[in-house]
Design a protein around this ligand. Structure first.
Ligand SMILES: *Cc1c(COP(=O)(O)O)cnc(C)c1O
Length: 410
C-alpha cells in the first residue's frame, strides 16, 4: 500500500456495527464482568480498558494508526505536543542528567528545558544539530539528544543518519520532534532516530481543532541499565521497555492522557494528511519563489535551491520543504504592517492548519526568550513566520504581494 491508501486501510476499527471510524468512547471508566477480570486488566494480564487516564479505545486506535505510520513498535498519546516532549524525555531522565538540544527549537520546548533545570536536568544547547556539534558536547552525563527535524521557525534540517550514529556510539538515544516534517515527508526511524515526537495539534490534525501529542518508539534503542538504572525493572519487557515504563510510570501518574474526543478529531484529520501535505508543500514552494522576486523582503524556505538545507531536502525529505516559510520585512514596523495588510492569512499562533496563518515570533512565541536565544532560533525583529494553507496559490500570491507593497510605505 502507498501512503494515502495506508492512511485509510492499514487498520480497521473492528466495530461491531461496522462503523467506518473508531467511535468516540467519551467515558471515564469501563465496567468489567468480574472483580477477577478487572484485576487482570490492572495487572496487564488481560486486554481491556479500565479508566481513560490509563487507556481508552478511541485513543488506542489513534495511537495504533500513528505507530504504524511511523514504523514504530508502539505509541503513547498525550494531552498536547508539549506533554509528549515532556513525558518522552522525563521517561529517561533524572536529576544530574544532561540533554543536548538544538537552540533553534520551538519556543515552548526551549522554555521547558529552562523548567527542567529546576529539577537538576541540564540542557546543553548547540546552534545547529550536526554530528560534529553533538560529538563536541556529549559527555558522561548526557542521556538524550533532542532535535527538531525541520526547526520551527529556524527551518534548519537535521541530517538524522550522521547525528544518530554519534548518539549511538555514545549509548545515547536520539529524540526527533518530527511535527513540521510529518510522516508524509519522512520516517525518522529509517534514518536511525530512536524516539519520535509529534505535536498532533498541527499537521496530523490539520484543521486546527484539537491539541494533542504523540510519542512513538522505534523499539531499537538498548537501554543500558548502568546508564539508565530506572530501566532495570523493565528489562522483562524487552524492546517494549521504554513504552512499558512510560505507560506504567510518569505518563500515567502525571495524567498527561489525551481526551477521546481530541483523539477522534486527530484520527479523522490524519486520513487527509497526504493530500494536505502535497498541496501545502506545493503552495509553500510557490509562495516562497514568488516572495523571492519582490523587493523589500527576504525569504527563508529550505526547498529553495540557494538554501543551505536544499541538499538535505532532496536526500531526506523527497524534495519537499514542508509548509512553513519565514519572511524578513526589513524592520519590526514593516513586519507588523505586512501582517496587518494580509486579507486571507489569519494572525494566529499555530501551524499546520488548512488556513494560512502568520505570526511575528519575536513579540509572541519568543517574548520570554533572550536576544541571543532568539537569534539562534532564527527569530529577528523583522521576521514573520508563515504557515501555508491549502488556499488557491493565486489568491495567496496576490494577498502577500499587496501586503508587501503596503508594508514598504512604512
Ligand atoms: C507546536 C509544537 C510543539 C508543541 O505542541 P502543542 O501541541 O502546542 O503542545 C512542539 N514542537 C513543535 C515543533 C511544535 O510546532
Amino acid at each position: 500500500m502507498k501512503f494515502n491508501t495506508s492512511l485509510l486501510h492499514s487498520s480497521t476499527p473492528g466495530d461491531k456495527f461496522g462503523a467506518t471510524q473508531t467511535p468516540i468512547y467519551q467515558v471515564s471508566a469501563f465496567s468489567l464482568d468480574s472483580a477477577e477480570h478487572l484485576e487482570k486488566v490492572f495487572a496487564n494480564k488481560a486486554a481491556g480498558f479500565a479508566y481513560t487516564r490509563i487507556g481508552n479505545p478511541t485513543v488506542d486506535a489513534f495511537e495504533k494508526r500513528i505507530a504504524a505510520l511511523e514504523g514504530g513498535i508502539g505509541a503513547v498519546a498525550c494531552s498536547s505536543g508539549m506533554s509528549a516532549v515532556t513525558m518522552g524525555l522525563l521517561n529517561v531522565l533524572r536529576a544530574g542528567d544532561e540533554v543536548i538540544a538544538g537552540s533553534g527549537l520551538f519556543g515552548g520546548t526551549i522554555d521547558l528545558f529552562g523548567d527542567l533545570s529546576q529539577f537538576g536536568i541540564t540542557t546543553r544547547f548547540i546552534d545547529t544539530v550536526t554530528a560534529d556539534s553533538v560529538k563536541s558536547r556529549i559527555n558522561e552525563h548526557t542521556r538524550a539528544v533532542f532535535a527538531e527535524l525541520i526547526g520551527n521557525p529556524k527551518l534548519d534540517i537535521v541530517d538524522i543518519k550522521s547525528v544518530a550514529a554519534v548518539c549511538h556510539e555514545n549509548g545515547v538515544p536520539l529524540f526527533i520532534d518530527s511535527t513540521t516534517a510529518t510522516p508524509y515527508l519522512i520516517h525518522p526511524f529509517e534514518y536511525g532516530a530512536d524516539i519520535v515526537i509529534h505535536s498532533a495539534s498541527k499537521y496530523i490534525n490539520g484543521g486546527g481543532n484539537s491539541i494533542a501529542g504523540m510519542i512513538i518508539d522505534s523499539g531499537r534503542f538498548k537501554w543500558d541499565t548502568a546508564r539508565y538504572p530506572a530501566f532495570a525493572e523493565y528489562g522483562k519487557f524487552g524492546r517494549f521497555a521504554y513504552l512499558a515504563k512510560l505507560r506504567g510510570g510518569i505518563w500515567r501518574n502525571v495524567g498527561a492522557c489525551l481526551s477521546p474526543f481530541n483523539a477522534y478529531m486527530c484520527s479523522v484529520g490524519l486520513e487527509t494528511l497526504g493530500v494536505r501535505m502535497e498541496r501545502i508543500c506545493d503552495n509553500a514552494k510557490k509562495l516562497a519563489e514568488y516572495l523571492r522576486t519582490l523587493d523589500g523582503v527576504t525569504v527563508n524556505y529550505p526547498a529553495l535551491e540557494d538554501s543551505p538545507y536544499y541538499p538535505l531536502v532532496q536526500s531526506q525529505l523527497g524534495g519537499k520543504g514542508g509548509a512553513i516559510l519565514t519572511v524578513r520585512a526589513g524592520s519590526r514596523e514593516r513586519a507588523f504592517a505586512l501582517i496587518n495588510a494580509l486579507k486571507y492569512a489569519l494572525i494566529a499562533t499555530n501551524i499546520g492548519d488548512v488556513r494560512t496563518l502568520v505570526i511575528h515570533p519575536a513579540s509572541t512565541i519568543y517574548l520570554h526568550a533572550t536576544e541571543q536565544q532568539r537569534e539562534s532560533a532564527g527569530v529577528y525583529d523583522d521576521t514573520i513566520r508563515v504557515s501555508v494553507g491549502i488556499e488557491d496559490i493565486e489568491d495567496l500570491t496576490e494577498d502577500f504581494g499587496n501586503a508587501v507593497k503596503a508594508s514598504q510605505e512604512h
